[in-house]
Write a protein that binds this ligand. Structure first.
Ligand code: NCD
Length: 321
């Protein structure tokens, strides 16, 4: 799907209420903050998740056309903790394998009275297409190609805010395979919405942001200069499944030049947060000592993912009433 056909416009109804979550480009700051605040209210003072009846009598379908551990399971837990019925559609054994068109499958599931669809697909723009053609349901984008991963960026913002709430004075470095990362694309957007101006993208040539998109962020090829004095470091995996065989970097060389080690972490501010959306490839983009170290909030991100997904589903459910 062409980039210009990917419009997040459909996610707000005529009165400006959120009815789908497709991307963060057109999401007003007030909506973004509402989601973070609601997610916070679902966590108790110990950081444990509360339960809610908000999605009682509703049905949520998970459609993951790409592998997932964190996103799929936390969407499932979030729906269950909000009292919804959840089905994980078994795509490998579905009628899609008998050449049923995707939209026919979607209409069939809608006829089973599904209220919300959580969709991950390798094609950028696929959830947007479904949202435009399937009425009366909510679509949640759980990652579309290299385009967007809005709930990941929202949980990243919640994780940052819990430690460093002053987004306007934050320096955030994103390190790794920016080109193929829907997470990076959504994080950059969320940070901009929250007023962060010092956004640094650190990547080797070939995995860096498009030149024309680099103008409102700072692009670095040297990791040491990029990390200098930053407050948050987000590390990304090499997304080899999206690269041509010939373009895949040598892992040892990549680790030597871009791996986040204890020595490199020391270049950032001393209380800098270390984040990673997972899955982690230890010894490739991050050293174990850093991934498991005191500054890492990687597992907190996972728990926050449940709160964020509960918050989004509850807001969508309310707006559909
Ligand atoms: C990411 C994804 O799928 O985009 N993972 C996730 O959702 N936690 C990042 C990745 O696969 O590297």
């Amino acid at each position: 799907m062409k980039k210009d056909l990917i419009s997040n416009h459909a996610q707000l109804d005529n009165s400006g209420k959120l009815v789908h979550l497709l991307g963060l480009e057109d999401l007003p700051k007030s909506h973004l903050l509402d989601i973070l605040d609601r997610a916070d209210s679902l966590l108790d003072s110990q950081g444990n998740l509360k339960k809610s009846k908000a999605l009682d009598d509703m049905s949520v379908a998970n459609l993951f056309f790409e592998p997932s551990t964190r996103t799929r399971n936390t969407f499932e837990i979030a729906a269950m903790r909000s009292s919804a019925n959840v089905i994980n559609v078994d795509l490998a054994n579905s009628a899609l394998k008998k050449n049923e068109a995707l939209m026919d499958t979607m209409h069939t599931l809608k006829a089973m009275q599904i209220d919300m669809f959580v969709i991950r697909h390798k094609q950028s723009g696929l959830p947007h297409h479904v949202a435009q053609h399937l009425e009366g349901v909510s679509i949640l984008n759980a990652g579309d190609g290299t385009n967007a991963h809005p709930t990941q960026a929202l949980l990243d913002m919640l994780s940052i805010r819990q430690h460093k709430p002053d987004f306007e004075n934050l320096s955030v470095a994103i390190v790794g395979d920016i080109t193929h990362s829907r997470v990076a694309h959504s994080d950059i957007q969320a940070l901009k919405t929250l007023g962060t101006t010092d956004i640094r993208l650190i990547a080797p040539e070939g995995l860096q942001h498009d030149a024309e998109r680099c103008n409102s962020v700072k692009c670095f090829s040297d990791i040491d200069s990029g990390l200098n004095g930053c407050d948050v470091i987000m590390v990304l995996r090499l997304q080899k499944e999206r690269m041509l065989e010939a373009d895949i970097p040598n892992e040892q060389e990549y680790f030597d030049n871009y791996g986040l080690t204890t020595e490199r972490l020391a270049l950032a501010n001393k209380d800098a947060l270390v984040m990673h959306p997972g899955p982690i490839n230890r010894g490739v983009e991050i050293d174990s000592a850093v991934a498991d170290g005191a500054q890492s909030v990687i597992l907190q991100q996972v728990t926050n993912g449940i709160a964020i997904r509960m918050a989004v589903m509850q807001i969508l459910a309310k707006n559909h009433e």
